[in-house]
Each structure stands twice: as structure tokens, then as C-alpha cells.
Design a binder for this molecule. Structure first.
Ligand code: NI
Length: 210
């Protein structure tokens, strides 16, 4: 290899390396501009701002009558899911709802309070009727076939499951928040089971104002 050839070869090699480097920088820049930055930007979500909680259902009330979502339209409604064998959370919540109805005074006539069982195998309309005698007589109990209850729970984003107990019986784990809808059946808010009574009452009043 002559000296001149070595010079030429070196020159072309340097040009190739330079081009490779420039291409790399440009590609890298494009990557950051077009994709990298996009990856860090939150994807815009089209939303009305109201979660889809609630929906159609068909169950039987504690008087044995068939009811649907339309039965409760025309009034704001507080739906609570639980079961009559519940030792703690359910009776507490129903006592609190009883007190809210009392404190709402005449406004309570514009509110439905609905207790939906997640234990339809044990909670017949008769048992619900007896159980609800301990609470405000305006509270409506709902039950149905396990499939009907499961369908409503799904619409209301409520989960529950059977948990076997030592005596061979079972208890139910379940979502314990109250779902509040407006008079058209549209979701307004949730009342958490740990929420204080004043806050819960404020939320119910908000649903009545909608
Ligand atoms: Ni319970």
C-alpha cells in the first residue's frame, strides 16, 4: 500500500465514521423529539368526568315485588350492598342511613335508600323484611337470583365473595361504600363506610340538589 493510498483510505474512513456519527445524532434527536417526549406526556383521556357506576338491574324487593332501575327514578337514591348476617358494617351503615333520613326531615321524601343483598341464597324477601324492621321503614331491601344480584353488583362496581367460617357456615366479604345517584339514576358520589356522618349527609344533600 502506497503512502497516498493510506492517506485516501484514512480520509474515507474518517468521512464514513463522521457520517455514521451525524446520522446517529439525528436519529437520536428524532427519537427524543417524536417518541421520547411523547412517552412522558400523559395520554389525553376523553371523559365526561363522571365514572360509570350504576346501570340497569332487575331484582325483587322485600315485599316480593319486581323492581328495576326505573322504579327508583324520580328521586335521588343511595344504594348500599351488604347482607343480613353481617355482624358489623352493614347494620352500622343502615343505622347511619336511618339517622340521615331523620336529619333530612321533609327532604328525605326525595331520597330512596336501597339495601341490596350480596347473599341472595340466605337473604329471601321475607328475611330482608324482618331484618329491615330494625331500621327506617323507608329503606327498601333488594334480592334476587345469584345471577341477578351479580349483574347489578357488576354495574355498580361492587365486589363480594363468600368466606367459609369455622362453624361450617360462611360470611361475605363485600364493598361497603354507598353509591349515590341523582333522580335520573346517574352517579353522583360514593360514601365510604369510614366517612363521618356530617360529610355523608352533605353528600346526600348534594345528590338531592342535582
Ligand atoms: Ni357487611
Amino acid at each position: 500500500m502506497s503512502f497516498l493510498k493510506i492517506i485516501r483510505w484514512t480520509a474515507w474512513t474518517l468521512v464514513a465514521v463522521a457520517l455514521f456519527g451525524v446520522t446517529g445524532v439525528i436519529l437520536g434527536w428524532l427519537q427524543v423529539e417524536k417518541f421520547g417526549a411523547g412517552r412522558n406526556t400523559p395520554v389525553p383521556v376523553v371523559s365526561s368526568g363522571v365514572p360509570t357506576i350504576g346501570g340497569p338491574f332487575s331484582l325483587v324487593n322485600h315485599r316480593g315485588e319486581r323492581v328495576t332501575q326505573d322504579t327508583f327514578k324520580g328521586k335521588a337514591t343511595a344504594y348500599f350492598f351488604g347482607f343480613t348476617h353481617c355482624p358489623d358494617v352493614c347494620p352500622t351503615t343502615l343505622f347511619e342511613m336511618t339517622r340521615h333520613l331523620e336529619q333530612l326531615g321533609p327532604d328525605a321524601d326525595r331520597l330512596n335508600v336501597v339495601f341490596v343483598t350480596v347473599d341472595p341464597e340466605r337473604d329471601t324477601p321475607e328475611l330482608l323484611r324482618t331484618y329491615l324492621e330494625s331500621f327506617d321503614p323507608r329503606i327498601v331491601g333488594l334480592t334476587g337470583t345469584p345471577e341477578e344480584v351479580a349483574a347489578m353488583a357488576k354495574e355498580f362496581r361492587v365486589s363480594y365473595r363468600k368466606v367459609p367460617t369455622e362453624n361450617g357456615e360462611y360470611t361475605m366479604d363485600h364493598t361497603a361504600s354507598v353509591v349515590v345517584t341523582d333522580a335520573q339514576g346517574a352517579f353522583v358520589t360514593l360514601i365510604d363506610s369510614h366517612e363521618d356522618a356530617t360529610m355523608a349527609l352533605t353528600k346526600l344533600k348534594r345528590a338531592l340538589a342535582d
